[in-house]
Design a protein around this ligand. Structure first.
Ligand code: PEP
Ligand code: MG
Length: 559
């Protein structure tokens, strides 16, 4: 057991998320508050009631600071959270229940508040309306805020997150990562093992040195401690000695400044087979990474992260600007835009609450468009067609389940193209249409789907979670989300065999995180996969493993 009172250097081994060295002061994202379980004397009840009332008053007064400290200032998301907290804090019936419990059970305010908050969370949890259901996070946050005040660990009194801080967290939430990026954090370390979560994907996208699966981190590291996040080796050093700090400072100075490759850097296996490497991206600020790593275009542009940044859907014209910029800055390299994949774990601000009572199996990706938001798909396709100009672009449809999904998406693309033409608008006519293979049923029907599209891209993060029936964000079932499992390798082999049988191996790419995983790349190569879209920070490791792998001359060949 680590003695946290010792103010000495502690090294904790985790798993690398994004390479690089981050050094700074600890900023904890989630605090641990001990709930006192003791009973109080009847004579103390009045004082306890008074303590609770004062805490509620303080919480109301400090609400703006609290929301800013925990959720970031000024974002639309923060404003929405502010309103919800305000409503909950003003809910007298809730406070009355807490007070009644203090009086009846003669327990501390923290205990009674925690119990009532849990009951409220459970009530919201049981609601069918997904928007209301999602409010339980806000209730928990409000209760934690009050608990913090009651136990003198008010989060809004904590140092506001500052530039260069290293954020540490128990869970990996994309909102924390976006906040970290917004304030210019220097590193991120988490106890969470959900390494294919969107938060982890974002950390790589932002190039923020980060480490996951760091057991005991929140016990060992205290707010304000110095910390080093050694993303490359997956190591976290809490309260480093002067000697260690100096060593890492020197290493950091020597970190390679990315070189700009004006040309695509070809990539071959040890037995000379060409492999295409493209980049996964979440926003236009990352395009330089495609050049810096000599990658052959953008194999997956996750457009929905435009929403994650400020919680609102961009208009058609705003999207047009972004897509045009991406296409222009990609300077002739092929770009594949994925239409908004919203729902399940990807919900922010205005797009919250659309997923149904079992979100991952409910309304997300293209289903959301077909069922609820056709206008949104149309305006996105309009923006893409307009932005394409005379360049060839790819449009990729997320969460395709049946062939019908693909046919409908194609019809809508045609309709939108027709509309634009009739309005005299210039539009891209060189579109390559793709389907993401993320659902086992789509993987099984891969031949039929391939006949409808120009290419497919294997979204193995989702394909794996649906195949293994194990939530990719749930740390408790992370052991099932294991891509080297023989059943999953069988599925990967099946997909490539089916594509090869109809002569379409060259139209199959992999864009899930397994393509960036040096453990998985040799498997993929031997199964015949020749086109990967990877997280740019993994390029060097992926290139090295490709160069060292001999294949059995599988059926694919680089496009
Ligand atoms: C995937 O599911 O593998 C994928 C690339 O999409 P995302 O991670 O954005 O869901
Ligand atoms: Mg996916």
């Amino acid at each position: 057991m680590t003695d946290i009172s010792q103010k000495q250097e502690v090294r904790l081994q985790g798993i690398s998320i994004c390479p690089g060295i981050g050094m700074g002061r600890v900023h904890k994202m989630d605090l641990d508050i001990l709930i006192p379980q003791d009973e109080i004397d009847i004579s103390q009840v009045a004082a306890e009631l008074d303590r609770y009332s004062r805490a509620v008053e303080t919480a109301r007064r400090r609400l703006p600071e609290h929301v800013a400290a925990v959720h970031g200032e000024l974002s639309i998301e923060a404003q929405a959270i502010f309103q919800v907290h305000e409503a909950i804090l003003s809910d007298e019936s809730f406070h009355t229940r807490v007070r009644n419990r203090i009086a009846a059970e003669q327990k501390r305010a923290e205990f009674c508040l925690d119990k009532e908050a849990a009951a409220l969370v459970a009530a919201f949890e049981a609601m069918r309306d997904p928007y209301l259901k999602a409010r339980n996070e806000d209730i928990r946050d409000m209760a934690d805020n009050l608990l913090g005040i009651l136990s003198n660990r008010d989060r809004s009194l904590y140092r506001p997150m500052a530039r260069g801080d290293a954020i540490i967290s128990r869970h990996l939430h994309s909102s924390s990562v976006i906040l970290a990026q917004r304030v210019g954090a220097g590193g991120f370390a988490s106890e969470s093992r959900a390494l294919s979560s969107h938060a982890a994907i974002l950390l790589k996208g932002f190039g923020l040195p980060s480490v996951g699966a760091v057991s005991g981190l929140l016990d060992v590291a205290q707010e304000g401690d110095r910390i080093i996040v050694e993303g490359t080796r997956g190591l976290v050093i809490v309260r480093p000695s002067l000697h260690t700090e100096e060593e890492y400072r020197q290493q950091k100075r020597g970190e390679q400044v990315p070189v700009f490759f004006p040309e695509v850097m070809p990539c071959r296996t040890a037995d000379g087979i060409a492999v295409s490497l493209r980049a996964n991206m979440e926003n236009p600020e990352q395009i330089h990474l495609m050049f810096a790593n000599g990658l052959d275009g953008i194999g997956l542009f996750r457009t929905e992260f435009m929403i994650a940044q400020d919680g609102r859907l961009p208009s058609e014209d705003e999207q047009y600007e972004v897509y045009q910029r991406v296409i222009h800055e990609a300077a002739g390299r092929f770009v594949i835009f994925r239409t908004f994949d919203i729902g399940a774990d990807k919900q922010w601000g205005a797009t919250r609450g659309c997923a149904g009572s079992n979100p991952a199996l409910g309304i997300r990706g293209i289903r959301r468009h077909f069922l609820d938001e056709m206008g949104e798909l149309r305006s996105q396709l309009r923006a893409l067609l307009r932005a394409g100009g005379d360049r060839q672009i790819g449009i990729l449809i997320p969460l395709v389940t049946t062939i019908d999904d693909v046919q409908r998406a194609k019809c809508i693309l045609d309709e939108v193209g027709g509309e634009l033409k009739s309005q005299g608008q210039q539009l891209a006519h060189r579109i390559r249409m793709g389907a993401m293979i993320e659902v086992p049923a789509a993987a099984i029907s891969v031949q039929d789907i391939l006949k409808e599209v120009d290419f497919i891209s294997l979204g193995t993060n989702d394909l794996l979670q649906y195949f293994m029936a194990a939530d990719r964000d749930n740390e408790r079932v992370v052991q099932y989300n294991e891509p080297t499992h023989s059943a999953f390798l069988w599925l990967l082999e099946y997909i490539m065999r089916q594509a090869s049988q109809i002569g379409r191996a060259a139209d199959v790419a992999v864009c899930g995180e397994i393509a960036s995983d040096p453990r998985m790349v040799p498997h993929l190569l031997r199964l015949g996969y020749r086109a990967f879209s990877i997280t740019p920070v993994a390029t060097q490791a992926v290139r090295e493993v490709i160069a060292a792998t001999r294949t059995d001359h599988g059926p694919g060949s680089a496009p």
